[in-house]
Design a protein around this ligand. Structure first.
Ligand SMILES: [Zn+2]
Length: 242
């Protein structure tokens, strides 16, 4: 049982002291647990489980080799070679996506923590607007990360700036933004269609050579071609579904 805890703790990259601090459980509980003198009582075990975002039963299941990768966010069972292999693939895709899109928050607890902390700042109207803007951008980065992740780190996902303008163009998502902050965000990113519900962008099914300009690819510079691709995505994204 203690071993399961250790694996989980190490996979999340935290120390006992940090867990103790976050849960309010005395350090002696952890040393007693380690030495086998005693096992944390149910209420304490529940706090530890909550901290890691796992069910309390997690610690009593000795078959558990579950690990959550702090980078790509995939939870996998390290005792199954297939799972390990699947993680390797996802991790590579994650890495390519980070190279293209910049930092991604895929590790759920980190993402939730970042959102909660920044929401306190972005919603506090007594703080300077620029500080609130930065906090709101961090929140958007969390949502963006989730969106890229939901699309299996597909590199056809729109970049962050475009993604934000799509969120801002969706009245169901942006209605909880306070007016001043929203105005500033719209100034910075603009608005456009592309996300009609939720906060996940859906990559349209792109068929090759559907845009005439594509055929004359040789007549365009790389920069122009990139722009064409961008417009193509937006046009397709703006099309009504179904
Ligand atoms: Zn990974």
């Amino acid at each position: 049982m203690y071993e399961i805890y250790c694996n989980l703790r190490d996979s999340r990259g935290v120390k006992d002291a940090r867990v103790a601090e976050a849960t309010g459980i005395g350090k002696s509980t952890f040393s007693d647990w380690k030495s086998g003198r005693s096992v944390p009582k149910q209420d304490k075990l529940k706090k530890i489980a909550d901290y890691f975002g796992v069910p309390i039963e997690y610690f009593s299941n000795s078959d558990n080799g579950l690990i959550t990768c702090k980078d790509c966010g995939l939870m996998y069972d390290s005792s199954y070679p297939n799972d390990v292999e699947e993680h390797r693939h996802q991790h590579e895709a994650w890495k390519r996506a980070v190279d293209k899109f910049g930092q991604l928050y895929c590790y759920y607890p980190e993402c939730e923590k970042t959102k909660t902390e920044n929401r306190k700042i972005s919603q506090n109207t007594s703080l300077p607007l620029n500080q609130r803007l930065d906090a709101q951008i961090e929140i958007f980065k969390c949502l963006f990360s989730r969106s890229v992740m939901e699309n299996n780190f597909d590199l056809n996902h729109v970049p962050f700036d475009v993604y934000v303008s799509m969120l801002l163009g969706n009245s169901t998502i942006n209605q909880d933004l306070e007016t001043d902050l929203k105005e500033l965000l719209v100034q910075k990113y603009g608005t456009r269609t592309g996300i009609s519900y939720g906060t996940v962008y859906h990559i349209p099914n792109m068929h090759e050579n559907t845009v005439a300009a594509h055929k004359d690819g040789d007549n365009f510079t790389l920069e122009e071609l990139e722009k064409i691709e961008e417009y193509k995505k937006l046009l397709i994204a703006a099309r009504p579904k179904g």
